[in-house]
Design a protein around this ligand. Sequence first.
Ligand code: SAM
Length: 271
Amino acid sequence: MATPIGNLGDITLRALDCLAGVDLIACEDTRVTAKLLGRYGITTQTTAYHDHNAAKVRPGLLRRLGAGLRVALVSDAGTPLVNDPGYKLVREAVAAGISVTALPGPSAVLAALSLAAVPTDRFLFAGFLPPKGEGRRKVLAELARVPASLIFFEGVSRVADAVADMAQVLGGERSAAVARELTKLHEEVRRGTLADLAASYVDTDDPRGEVVIVVGPPVEAAATEADIDVALRTALATMSVREAADAVAGATGAPRRAVYARALALKGDGR
Ligand code: SAM
């Protein structure tokens, strides 16, 4: 069994049981995991599994898993595989018919989304943006029209530049939040429009710690009366007045009663 689990301070009881019960723990950094295991008196053997040794270590882990040993995978903080090692191990374990399960735990992605005060029904986690301005703005332009909240990891020294580029490329009016040091002593969430946030980082020292940036969905421009008329005429060609009013009110966000009245007028005029 390969078990990806989180390893932040907010560890679950189930994860502790798992760590105590498996045959081996593959850790991003054995020293970091040793502190966690020490705190809970867990003596399970550990081995390092990180970006620099993964290709070499993976076959041995898969051999042990194939022989029926249970291996837990942990990262230094948050959820393994989320911008952390583990995806290839899981992929190859699954391909080899080894049972894999996940023990849900903390992740900076969902913690930041929970606190950002932006819509949460649709979101896109975009990982780290390119570090240089030109590359960053190109990726932001690709994401600008995605109808969802966007979540980015960012190096703390680049937050000011990243938020300024977001205001420029995604639109300064979009709601956003910069969530820093989540679950830690100095947790801070700065909320506002992207323009507000960009202004708040001008001429200030770089913040410290780890940061997630969350941006709310694109702000739709309010439909004009002319837009509504065009949409209604198209809809009325194939729909009843009631259906056309429902469809156009839903698509534009305009009040249904007003759209219905306008649909009736257009139909009556034969326009
Ligand atoms: N796997 C981890 C997770 O699920 O949270 C993420 C690992 S990724 C290599 C590290 C990035 O996650 C940091 O650069 C930062 O953007 C974000 N991050 C991790 N911990 C954080 C925290 N406590 N507060 C804010 N951001 C955090």
